[in-house]
Design a protein around this ligand. Structure first.
Ligand SMILES: Cc1ncc(COP(=O)(O)O)c(C=O)c1O
Length: 411
């Protein structure tokens, strides 16, 4: 008899995005004449930039000739040309001493943030923000580290760090000591950014508690303010206690192309049951090379193109396009009387609903009355109740039209 992993049964059945899809589909079928504007799922809408497309084509051409054909990418860690470009442009240029060997190329940060727990022991206590990118919580549940989902929406055994208006949507140091701490800045879903001072506090806390910070920087490319850190390694001591996740998805439109990377400096350690320290990099190397066989050569070549002068310029234009969307949304929603957060140095706008409406009620009102789709904040965790996320990854005309429609909503 085959047994299931019963921890999967603890997961909430209606995952956020399928439920949004179901409601939108139902409405669209009943109202085929209505033009629905979708600003819900955080997927990009603008095409890959010309420099990336050119490199992508060249990569494909190379695969067509025996002299330049590529098979497996060595051990599957990523080609050196991409890892070197990352180390140099994303880190060394900012004065951060990250080297090629610290970088593991993968097909997505979703997989990496989900899989990373495998190299840590079962008894680790995990701290996550509330609201949160759902992958950290769901994969913690799948790994069997939690109990059931309680009536308040929290899973037993996870240390939740509420991010509310009162704390500026920045988590406070938890009272209970965590072993692994997920942090994400610029934040999905709240669009909150952080400072070096705040990150230093977390790094010192992790050093003092022998914890490891799992730092998701999927949206770092949206930072325009030079005082905001792009990487946790810009903070002193972070190389001892932090693993960083980066993705080309939102940086360069790779959501459908798939390429990302994880950074693990040699200094990061975790402990065995006797208290002996082990570097975690070799464990991730072992996992990566055992369970993953690399990203395709044309994709890695395309990703490396974003580090050329032309690639940097073109990618920046697309990022500015989305940031301008976020600015328009923030301004319009504020003018329409909403309390708005995020949307600066981040592609997400986090809005407080009006009249204390619950997130899903606001979702239905928007869908039914003005045919605009966003994401209910409560879908990211209990502290998201009463909030709503709009994604700036939309077409400009749609953003403008959606904002005009929302201004007409009556409560
Ligand atoms: C915070 C965060 N991390 C990671 C990801 C996943 O990125 P990828 O496309 O590289 O899997 C997303 C995607 O929406 C995200 O919001």
């Amino acid at each position: 008899m085959a047994f299931i992993n019963e921890h999967y049964l603890k997961l909430k059945a209606g995952y956020l995005f399928p439920e949004i899809g179901r409601r939108v589909k139902e409405y669209a079928q009943a109202h085929p004449d209505k033009k629905i504007i979708r600003m819900g799922i955080g997927d990009v809408t603008q095409p890959l930039v010309p420099a990336v497309i050119k490199a992508f084509h060249e990569g494909v051409e190379e695969m067509a000739s025996a002299a330049t054909f590529k098979g497996y990418d060595g051990a599957g860690l990523g080609y050196d040309f991409l890892r070197e470009a990352i180390a140099k442009n994303d880190y060394q240029s900012r004065g951060v001493d990250i080297v090629t060997d610290d970088i593991f190329i993968s097909d997505g940060s979703k997989c990496d943030t989900g899989n990373i727990q495998e190299i840590f022991g079962h008894d680790n206590k995990i701290a996550i923000c509330d609201p949160v990118y759902p992958v950290y919580a769901d994969t913690t549940v799948m790994s069997g580290k939690t109990g059931i989902c309680m009536a308040n929406g929290y899973f037993e055994g996870i240390i939740y760090m509420p991010c509310t208006e009162a704390n500026g949507f920045v988590p406070e140091l938890p009272k209970q000591r965590p072993d692994l701490i997920f942090l994400c800045f610029p934040n999905n879903p709240t669009g909150t950014i952080t400072t070096k001072e705040v990150l230093k506090k977390w790094v010192d806390y992790a050093i003092a508690n022998k914890s490891v910070i799992l730092y998701d920087a999927a949206y770092e490319a949206y930072i325009t303010d030079p005082s905001i850190p792009h990487s946790i390694y810009e903070v002193e001591g972070a190389k001892k206690v932090a693993i960083e996740f980066r993705s080309f998805s939102k940086t360069a439109g790779f959501t459908g192309t798939r390429c990302a990377f994880t950074v693990i400096p040699s200094e990061v350690v975790a402990y065995d049951s006797k208290g002996q320290a082990y570097p975690v990099k070799p464990l991730w190397m072992r996992r990566h090379t055992t369970k993953f066989n690399g990203v395709s050569y044309p994709v890695q070549k395309a990703a490396a193109a974003i580090y050329t002068e032309q690639g940097k310029k073109e990618v920046k234009e697309v990022i500015n396009y989305y940031l301008e969307n976020a600015r328009i949304m923030t301004k319009s929603l504020t003018e329409a009387g909403y309390k708005v957060f995020g949307g600066v140095n981040a592609p997400y706008v986090w809005v407080k609903t009006k009249n204390g409406l619950k997130s899903w009620d606001f979702f239905d009102k928007l869908l039914h009355e003005v045919n605009v789709v966003g994401t209910p904040g409560s879908g990211f965790g209990p502290s998201g109740e009463g909030y709503f996320r709009f994604s700036a990854f939309a077409d400009r005309n749609n953003v403008l039209e959606a904002m005009e429609r929302i201004k007409k909503l009556v409560f």
